[in-house]
Design a binder for this molecule. Structure first.
Ligand code: AMP
Ligand code: MN
Ligand code: MN
Ligand code: MN
Length: 296
């Protein structure tokens, strides 16, 4: 693969908490000269078909993926899963549980916000979320913005929705180790998203990353806006030490997340090749059957 290929491996659409449809994401990627885009909506493959169809019309490769809600020692860890068989039963079961946890949490969050004096109904959030399969705090934030309670999503989180704020409610997430195994068994490649971003830095040290690699972890996302220059250097060294692939990506959410513009961080072509090789190895080892046409 040529060295100038531009690869962004972590993006969201309206299938979760992004503000673009999958087709709009693909069109934007083409317009910006990206060659490869990872579609990684939270806990759902609902955007895959539309994105794959749109990508077939332009010169963009879509790497079908997920960003899965997991937990290690009580800390939230986001696990990127590239090219897993979305019909692998243990994966389907866990994603169902996570999505149910999201829906169940919504009612509890809104009750807490109402108790704090905000007028907000479940119907309003569901209308705002539209066709999203994964209902999240950003959708609640959007309603709070629309009703004038806060200026933007950032203020909604800082004032009401972040851990420790009045509207925060915990939700179900799979154990990180279990999910690394499930993704690998599903023929996919597991990569930890923003490992030293908010929340997970304390738990994801060298020993834990080594243990997760033992369960099948393929890589870590190093170049991400949540990591400062020092964190990137240290994580790169850790990855080299542990033989993990290094990825870079925008974590694009459309207008839903500032300073995460599409293509703002990129993955090196040789690292992308290693990632695809790992997924191919896992797929052939487990006989997983992701439709060939959907593989890049
Ligand atoms: P949830 O998936 O419902 O737990 O909400 C987490 C999502 O909210 C993340 O994936 C981000 O997209 C978004 N988010 C988290 N913190 C913030 C923040 N401070 N400002 C804006 N969006 C945020
Ligand atoms: Mn998000
Ligand atoms: Mn994340
Ligand atoms: Mn993300």
């Amino acid at each position: 693969m040529l060295p100038h290929v531009r690869i962004d491996l972590h993006t969201h659409t309206r299938a979760s908490d992004g503000t673009h449809s999958p087709s709009e994401l693909v069109a934007l990627a083409a317009a910006q000269g990206l060659d490869v885009v990872g579609l990684t909506d939270h806990d759902s493959a609902a955007g895959w078909d539309e994105a794959a169809r749109a990508a077939a019309e332009v010169d963009v490769t879509i790497v079908l993926g997920l960003e899965i809600s997991t937990k290690y020692s009580g800390a939230g860890v986001h696990l990127l899963a590239y090219l897993p068989d979305p019909a692998y039963p243990p994966l389907v079961d866990e994603l169902d549980r996570i999505l149910e946890g999201r829906t169940g949490r919504l009612a509890a969050m809104l009750a807490r916000l109402r108790a704090a004096g905000l007028e907000i109904e479940e119907q309003e959030v569901m209308r705002r979320a539209g066709t999203a399969a994964a209902i999240g705090r950003p959708h609640v934030a959007d309603v709070l913005v629309a009703k004038g309670y806060v200026a933007d999503r950032t203020e909604a989180f800082a004032t009401w929705l972040d851990y420790g704020r009045a509207g925060y409610v915990n939700r179900y997430a799979t154990s990180t180790t279990d999910m690394v195994r499930i993704v690998s068994e599903a023929g996919g490649a597991a990569v930890i998203a923003h490992p030293w971003g908010r929340g997970s830095r304390q738990v994801l040290d060298r020993a834990v990353l080594a243990e997760l690699r033992g369960a099948g972890l393929v890589g870590i996302e190093v170049d991400h806006q949540d990591h400062d220059a020092g964190a990137r250097v240290a994580l790169r060294e850790l990855a080299a030490d542990l033989g993990l692939v290094v990825t870079g990506s925008s974590d694009f959410h459309g207008t839903g997340k500032v300073d995460h513009e599409l293509g703002c961080n990129l993955t090196a072509p040789d690292q992308y090749e290693r990632l695809l090789d790992a997924a191919a190895r896992n797929a052939s080892a487990t006989g997983s059957d992701v439709p060939v046409a959907l593989r890049p």
